[in-house]
Design a protein around this ligand. Sequence first.
Ligand code: FAD
Length: 284
Amino acid sequence: MISNVSENRKTLSFEVFPPKKEGEFEKAFEVLDALGKLKPDYISVTYGAGGSRAGKTIEIASYIQNTLGIDAMAHMTCVGSKREQLLQVYRELKAHNVTHVLGLRGDRPKDMSDEQFAARDFEHASDMIAFLKENTDLHLAGACYPEKHFESFSMETDLNNLKKKQEAGAEFFISQLFLNNDCYYSFLEKAAKKGITAPICAGIMPITSAKQIGTSITLAGSSVPKAMADLLATYGENPDEMRKAGVDYAIRQIRDLRENGVEHIHLYSMNRPKTTAEIVAGIA
Ligand code: FAD
């Protein structure tokens, strides 16, 4: 496992996404070079829900691991994958020295038929994590939700399912983004009571444009606290000021987390090195 996470030393890590088109790899490598200079403990790379673009995730993860010399974590989703396809991705990751995987269920792709969905090999992320634990030598992590996953009836149910991921072999967790630290502290308390002992990395996304509330935040199911709503009302129409205010909000959020004993911060970098660098400088 990533040693600073397993030993509960402070960590800062980033999430990136692979380019959508072939011609965009050079630009993606420039982004990674810039992020690499910020010396994160690891960089995670997202994966298409259906697994159709797995090759791109592998290529980006390989660059992080082998060219930048930083631990790479490849995300893998199982909703659209058969067991053999997951093993094939594992073999390719292994060939590129990538040994860390964030095991996710993913959301049902729009073009997946009812028959395909019913015939899927893995129902939940915990099933996939158990399978990978049994059949590979990967280090596995899972996702968690400070404001509960949108399909869960209650936080209690969601935490019971999180415990199953831990029992299946997840060595640590990365949280969904949140804007309200009090929700996160309450989640940590409840998770500890449930017996979640694996380290948890707090997912922070800087809100640098009003548009993000309608996309990332709504999709993530995270609540918008009054302090953020006020920022949007004041700066939402002014892109430069909004970017600065969003960076400042993320810095204050992370400082408060650190002051309250949160060791692991995972920044959703949105492939934006400038914004990420400003946040890293602001929390130093
Ligand atoms: P699960 O752990 O399977 O949970 C989904 C729902 O099922 C929850 O409500 C849970 O409580 C319930 N559940 C879980 N286990 C059981 C069980 N054994 N019995 C009954 N109910 C159960 N998506 C992508 O497509 N690509 C990505 O790269 C990606 N990266 C992400 C990174 C992070 C850090 C996070 C937080 C999310 C990411 N997602 C990504 C989104 C994720 O795929 C969705 O949130 C998806 O809806 C749930 O995935 P999961 O792995 O949490 O699923």
